[in-house]
Each structure stands twice: as structure tokens, then as C-alpha cells.
Design a protein around this ligand. Structure first.
Ligand code: G6P
Length: 612
């Protein structure tokens, strides 16, 4: 969702900005633009569509200059169009600004500015904020940074903004609240991004700007201030990310690459933590807070999207192994209702990006009520990781495909380790079962690898069902969250409407949809519900629905009744979701590709949802 890039230093800014924008395309966007200052002044170029289209349209244009900003816009206020694309220019034409976020009180500001004679070309909240800044600058005769500071004190909502000022051609002013902003420190140069991808080949030193901070950035100087105008000490972090990690590495799409990376990402997640031979799980965030975690009367897990499905899986696992009550909440609901958070309750926040606005605000809300926050996050240094009291990284590496795959299995892996560790410390698991599950978890990467080696078997199944209008995904117990995730993947990637349901609950509604055209995907690996799910399959077959079943090798009951089956290796039911989700990811991928969909960047979706 909206990406920002900036550069100031001795190099040509434009190629750095275009490459940076391309690397942030995964965040999701519908239009794009750049602003540069050179000898001939401030230049703004913007366009609906892809970064490559903008680049093409700028051949031969004056895109030279050593300072610039760039933007990918995901529409909130105003449809995707050339005019609504960023950067915007202020009424006097001297300021250019890009913005990620939403200015909630823009209507009021707009009416005040309109009365003063300001006019607006776009429908965006961004143009309103920009002219508000210009107006303050004009009235107070103060430097731009001061005008920005005053303006932001009156603004409600979330933002990252980057500004260029034709009269101060050596400076970028940046500010953030609620949306990510990373500044890369080079030698006599600075890079800006919504994440670190635009600066990877130039520097490993970065500053993650905090909420309510303003940065005044010149080639060789970075000044950070808070909204109270006090100087802040930039905290420099070291990046542990290589360029290769954000490239496709020979795969047709990032999504496929990331699906195929899962044996190693799950392994990386387990590495150094789980040792089945010694019977240990080493997780500092858990160990340091073990009393709070063991004695918690309740866990509340908050998340969005695919991460919410990981949360639901965690509910099944933690309640089973640790006997601690778990509630799973959509962050967007939790933040606005009046939830009860009791003393000692632990909040677990799960997020791939670590930037999801709803999750971030839900955390703040729980913190206000005195809760202990444990973050499970993939992106190192992200806002949620910093807002948590303790946590565990998922170590899946950068996930570029908008639809989450490897980050999901890494979340499940971390959650399983956490559940096992807490169960062991709490004494709610027998030693033999504990060791059995450690061994099972340790064997998962190899089994995922085996599934992926058979991945091509899903291609004919994808071909057969690619024209479906609807699909139903059913599972029971540990496989119910996987049914939800399978349905979400299909929706996201192929635009086929899909519903996930508990297999038995299907009788209370979705069964009405069953006809000869409806594919019903059963997640039916061997577990204690196997006989029950066999009955559910028969109920679908009795109504002539088409059954695709994900089943365990050796199952000779379901193949006799299903239209199509895909086998996964046997595994204990607690860890089996890590296997059963893999063919569902691949099935969605193949269907999406067959339908000609943009699988890495599905329409309207964003990787990092930084607005509520
Ligand atoms: C977006 C992404 C999903 C992701 C969800 C939550 O919708 O497209 O893939 O699951 O946000 O994001 P988070 O980064 O908090 O896990």
C-alpha cells in the first residue's frame, strides 16, 4: 500500500527512485510519480498505471538531478488517475509532496483553505495537507520544516510525507505517524523508503523513523526532531538483508519462488531454536517473560488477513497443548470495540509486514489497558516489532508476493514452538508427546520439500477448475484455519469467489450452493476427525459437487470418492497444517496463472496495509 522513495546526494536521483519504486511495487498500487529538482527547477511527473509505464513516458524528459522523491499510490481518497497520483504540487508551485496514509480531518482543512482562495486539482487528502503547509509557511514566514511541524500538530490520521521545496533544493523534509519510513545512511548521501529495499545495494545502515518525528535530510546531514521541536538522536540499525533475497531467482513469479522457499524458510525459523535431540526450544522472548506467559489467564491474539488465520490455528494449538484460553480477534474490530483486557492477559500480535495499521493501533489500545504485548513479526525493525514488549521474528526473509505464503508457514512454525515451549514449562504436556512433536516439527521442512517435488500434479487440477465461479474450502479441527487460508489464497490470486468453512458447518448454508459446477476442496489429512470428514465428502458427492481432497499418503478411503486428490506425507495432526496448506497455495497459484492474473500483485490488494 503506497510506497515512498527518496534520494539526496551526489548520484542521479531518478534511477535510484525508479528502481526503488519497482522494488516496492509488491506493496500494491495503482498509480505512480516522481518529483525532482535540477538546474531548471522542480519537475513533477506522475501517471496512473505501473512504474514501467511512467518510466517509458519519461524518456527524453528532464529527469536529471541529485534530489528527488517518488511514490506508488494505492487509492484511498479519489480514484486512480493521473491527477490523483502523487507527487502533488502546492498552489504556488514551489512545494511537491508525496504521502502514504490518510488525513482524516482533510475536509475541514480543505474548506478553510478554499475560503482563503486555495484551489485543488485532485480529490486527494494529500493535496489538502500540502496546501495547508504552504499556507502556514506563507503566514508564519517560517522555514518549511517549521510549517510542516505546525501543520502536523493539527492533522489527525496516519501519514508518511516527503516534501521537496524549490527554494531549498538541497533538502528533503520527511515526517511519519503510523506509516513506515526508513532512512538509509550513505557516505554523503541519504536514501528513503517505506522499507529498506530501495537502498540495499548502497548501505546497510538505516534509521527507522519513529511516530511524530520530522527528518530534515540533506546529502551529508540528517536532523531528527519531534513534533515538540526537540532534537532526537537518530538510532542507527544494521540491515541484515541481501539484494538476492528480493529478486525472483529464476522463478516466473515471486509467489512461486516464495512457495518453493518454504523448506528453507521453515528450517531457518526452527534453526537455533528447536533441538529435538536435546528436547529444547530456545526462544529468548519467551524465556525472558516465561512467568507472564505461563500465568496469563488468557491470550488474545490480534491480526489481519492471512496472519489472522495463523492466529486461529494458534488458538487450536495453544488451548490443546497449554490449556490457556485463547481469543482470536481481527485487529480492526478489536481497536474499535470496547474489549475487556484483564490484568495479566497477554496480547499476541501477528503480522508479516509489522506495519499493518489496524494491528498497530490495536496494540497501542491494549497497551493503554496495561497488557503485555508479544509480537510475531517477519520484517525486522518494523513498527509492530518495535511497539511490542517482547517477541519472536519469523525469519522468512522478504515476502514480495502480495498473497502471503512463506510468511504464513513461518508464523505457524513460530506459534507451534511457542505453544510447545509454554506447555513444557507449564507442565501441561507429557514428555513423550512433547518430544514426539519436536521431532515432527523438525521433520517438516523435508516433508514440505517432498510435497513441492510433486507440485506439478496440481497443474491438471488447476486446469480442470480454473473457470469455476465459486469454490468451497472445508476442513475440521486443525485443518479448519487451513481451509480459510486456502479460500483466501484462491480469492486473492484468481478472483474466484471462495468460502472457507468448518466442514460440518457446511450443512448450515453453503451446502445450498452445491451443484455439478461447484468445486469443494476438502482439507482432509489423517486425524481424529477423518471418519467425520469422509461423511462430509459423501454429503457433497450425494449432491453431485466436485470434490478435490488434500489427503495423507496411504489414505485409500477418500480417493475412492473424490474427483481429484493430492497426497501429503503423514504427520501428527498438530503440525499437519504446515503440510496441507502447501498444495492449496500452489493450486491458487496455478489457477491464477492459467487465468492470466497478476499473481504477484493482484488487483486492489496491498502487501502492507498501512491505512485502516
Ligand atoms: C494484506 C496482505 C495479506 C496479509 C494482511 C495482513 O491484506 O495482502 O497478505 O495477510 O495484509 O498483513 P500483515 O503484514 O499484518 O501480516
Amino acid at each position: 500500500m503506497c510506497g515512498i522513495v527518496g534520494y539526496v546526494g551526489p548520484r542521479d536521483a531518478y534511477p535510484i527512485i525508479i528502481t526503488g519504486l519497482k522494488r516496492q511495487e509488491y506493496r500494491g498500487y495503482d498509480s505512480t510519480g516522481v518529483a525532482l529538482i535540477n538546474d531548471t527547477g522542480l519537475h513533477v511527473f506522475k501517471k496512473k498505471g505501473k512504474v514501467a509505464e511512467l518510466e517509458q513516458s519519461l524518456l527524453g524528459k528532464p529527469v536529471n538531478g541529485n534530489i528527488g522523491i517518488g511514490h506508488t499510490r494505492w487509492a484511498t481518497h479519489g480514484e486512480p488517475s493521473d491527477v490523483n497520483a502523487h507527487p502533488h504540487q502546492s498552489n504556488n508551485g514551489k512545494l511537491a509532496m508525496i504521502h502514504n496514509g490518510i488525513i482524516e480531518n482533510y475536509a475541514q482543512l480543505k474548506s478553510e483553505l478554499t475560503k482563503k482562495g486555495y484551489s485543488f486539482k485532485s480529490e486527494t487528502d494529500t493535496e489538502v495537507l500540502l496546501n495547508f503547509i504552504e499556507d502556514i509557511q506563507k503566514n508564519t514566514q517560517s522555514p518549511l520544516e517549521e510549517a510542516v511541524r505546525i501543520a502536523l500538530k493539527r492533522v489527525s490520521g496516519a501519514y508518511v510525507i516527503l516534501l521537496l521545496d524549490q527554494d531549498n533544493p538541497d533538502t528533503i523534509i520527511a515526517a511519519r505517524k503510523g506509516s513506515p519510513l526508513v532512512i538509509g545512511i550513505g557516505k554523503g548521501e541519504h536514501f528513503l523508503g517505506s522499507d529498506a529495499t530501495p537502498m540495499l545495494e548502497y548501505t546497510k545502515e538505516v534509521v527507522y523513523v519513529n511516530d511524530y518525528e520530522i527528518a530534515i535530510i540533506k546529502a551529508g546531514e540528517l536532523i531528527l526532531k519531534n513534533l515538540g521541536n526537540e532534537r532526537q538522536m537518530p538510532y542507527i540499525s544494521s540491515l541484515d538483508l541481501e539484494l538476492a533475497a528480493i529478486e525472483k531467482g529464476g522463478f516466473d513469479h515471486f509467489m512461486l519462488k516464495e512457495i518453493y522457499e518454504q523448506p528453507s524458510t521453515i528450517y531457518d525459523c526452527l534453526r537455533g531454536r528447536l533441538d529435538a535431540e536435546k528436547g529444547t526450544i530456545t526462544m529468548k522472548g519467551i524465556q525472558d517473560n516465561i512467568e507472564a506467559l505461563i500465568n496469563a489467564p488468557r491470550y488474545i491474539i490480534i491480526a489481519c488477513g492471512t496472519s489472522w488465520h495463523a492466529a486461529l490455528e494458534a488458538e487450536y494449538i495453544i488451548e490443546e497443548l497449554c490449556r490457556i484460553p485463547v481469543e482470536v480477534e481481527y485487529a480492526s474490530e478489536f481497536r474499535y470495540r470496547n474489549p475487556i483486557v484483564n490484568k495479566g492477559d497477554v496480547i499476541i500480535a501477528i503480522s508479516q509486514s509489522g506495519e499493518t495499521a489496524d494491528t498497530l493501533v490495536a496494540i497501542e489500545k491494549a497497551k493503554e489497558q496495561g497488557a503485555f504485548i508479544f509480537g510475531i513479526v517477519n520484517v525486522v525493525g518494523s513498527s509492530i516489532s518495535r511497539a511490542s514488549h517482547a517477541g519472536a521474528y519469523t525469519h522468512a526473509g522478504p515476502e514480495i508476493g502480495v498473497a502471503s505464503t512463506k510468511a504464513f508457514t513461518a508464523q505457524l512454525t513460530v506459534l507451534m514452538m511457542i505453544a510447545l515451549k509454554i506447555a513444557k514449562e507449564k507442565g501441561t504436556i507429557e514428555q513423550s508427546r512433547y518430544i514426539e512433536l519436536l521431532v515432527e516439527l523438525e521433520n517438516i521442512p523435508e516433508k514440505v520439500d517432498a510435497i513441492l517435488k510433486n507440485g506439478d500434479l496440481l497443474k491438471p487440477i488447476a486446469q480442470k477448475y480454473k473457470d469455476a465461479i465459486n469454490a468451497l474450502y472445508l476442513g475440521r479441527g486443525y485443518n479448519f484455519p487451513i481451509a480459510l487460508e486456502g479460500a483466501l489464497k484462491l480469492k486473492e490470486i484468481s478472483y474466484i469467489h471462495a468460502e472457507g468453512y468448518p466442514a460440518a458447518e457446511m450443512k448450515h448454508g453453503p451446502i445450498a450452493l452445491v451443484d455439478t459446477n461447484l468445486p469443494v476442496v476438502f482439507v482432509a489429512t489423517k486425524d481424529e476427525y477423518h471418519a467425520k470428514i469422509v461423511s462430509n465428502i459423501q454429503e457433497i458427492k450425494a449432491r453431485k459437487g466436485k470434490v478435490i481432497a488434500i489427503i495423507t499418503e496411504g489414505d485409500d478411503i477418500i480417493p475412492a470418492m473424490a474427483d481429484d486428490v493430492f497426497f501429503v506425507p503423514p504427520a501428527n495432526e498438530v503440525v499437519a497444517p504446515l503440510l496441507s496448506v502447501i498444495p492449496l497455495q500452489l493450486l491458487s497459484y496455478y489457477i491464477g496463472v492459467l487465468k492470466g492474473c497478476d499473481v504477484d500483485k493482484p488487483r486492489n490488494l496491498a502487501k502492507s496495509v498501512t491505512v485502516e
